[in-house]
Design a protein around this ligand. Structure first.
Ligand SMILES: [Fe+2]
Length: 298
């Protein structure tokens, strides 16, 4: 669950170079001057990053390390129960550290031998075309900030815990990594914003919030669920619909609440087949072809 309408807190840079991350009024860190200064500094490092430069090294504080340790331990416990086998096995191969926050270079070092993916820094929201398009080069734009220490199991925006524990564990699976690459290749073909939005929405309901039937249970593979301590328990209460890209690309949804409708694949094989085929063939005409009618969220 994320409460920012834009998902990420907006980041601005003034003429004098000052970088500001605009936290929402109900962000747990909004009243903490030290946290806000730190967020601005971490965002500035990402804004200054250029491909080919060294990825910024963040000297994480004890508070931030403690947040990582708590979230890692709790989410690992949840994954044993709620994550699908494909993700659990990928996570075991990736073996992210639980006692300290990995630098993005550390994540790349672990991930690259498994599936060729590398992590590069993002200050906040990356334009959709760039974010999804970079998957074609097996590159993932990741934020580096950590949620506020007053709420280690909650974040109103995607932080490094979401990007790494959610996405990297998924990207350590060759099958999921290859789906991401197919998404990136599709973006290279798309010219219209409507098609890009359709792709982003299908991605949202699959690689962010997708669930799959396994051994008679519903388990998750979406990064948004894998990294959400609150929502990972709740997804079994959601209305489940069969995998249907036309609905996934057109259903209306509200990112400020737990997703009331989720799309459930019969197996990882099925979701790889259906999504792989969709992303491999979608084009600018897809929204008109499949999006003839909007589907209500519930
Ligand atoms: Fe995400």
């Amino acid at each position: 669950m994320f409460t920012e309408a834009q998902l990420y807190s907006p980041v601005t840079r003034e003429r004098d170079g000052d970088v500001t991350v605009h936290l929402s009024d109900d962000h747990p860190g909004v009243g903490d001057e030290h946290y806000r200064t730190r967020r601005n500094a971490i965002a500035a490092l990402a804004l200054d990053y250029r491909p080919g430069n060294p990825v910024p090294h963040i000297d994480y504080t004890d508070d931030e390390q403690q947040v990582w340790r708590i979230a890692s331990a709790e989410l690992a416990r949840k994954h044993e129960v709620y994550a699908c086998r494909e993700v659990r096995e990928a996570a075991a191969r990736l073996a992210l550290p639980r006692d300290h926050i990995p630098q993005l270079d550390d994540v790349s070092r672990l991930l690259h031998p498994l599936t060729g993916f590398r992590y590069v820094p993002a200050a906040g929201l990356v334009p959709l075309r760039e974010f999804f398009g970079s998957f074609a080069d097996r590159t993932f734009h990741s934020t580096q900030y950590i949620r506020h220490h007053s709420a280690p199991l909650y974040t109103p925006e995607p932080d490094a815990i979401h990007e790494i524990i959610g996405h990297a564990n998924q990207l350590a699976s060759p099958r999921f990594a290859s789906l991401y690459e197919t998404v990136g290749a599709a973006v290279g073909r798309l010219e219209t914003d409507a098609a890009l939005k359709f792709l982003a929405d299908v991605f949202w309901f699959s690689l962010e919030f997708g669930v799959v039937r396994e051994d008679g249970q519903i388990r998750c593979y979406g990064a948004g669920l894998l990294s959400s301590y609150g929502e990972i328990d709740e997804f079994r209460q959601a209305t489940l619909r069969p995998l249907d890209v036309a609905q996934m690309g057109t259903i209306s949804y509200d990112i400020t609440h737990y997703q009331p409708v989720l799309f459930c694949a019969d197996s990882v094989d099925q979701l790889v087949d259906v999504l792989g085929e969709f992303f491999a063939t979608m084009d600018d005409d897809t929204p008109a072809r499949l999006g003839g009618r909007a589907h209500p969220a519930a």
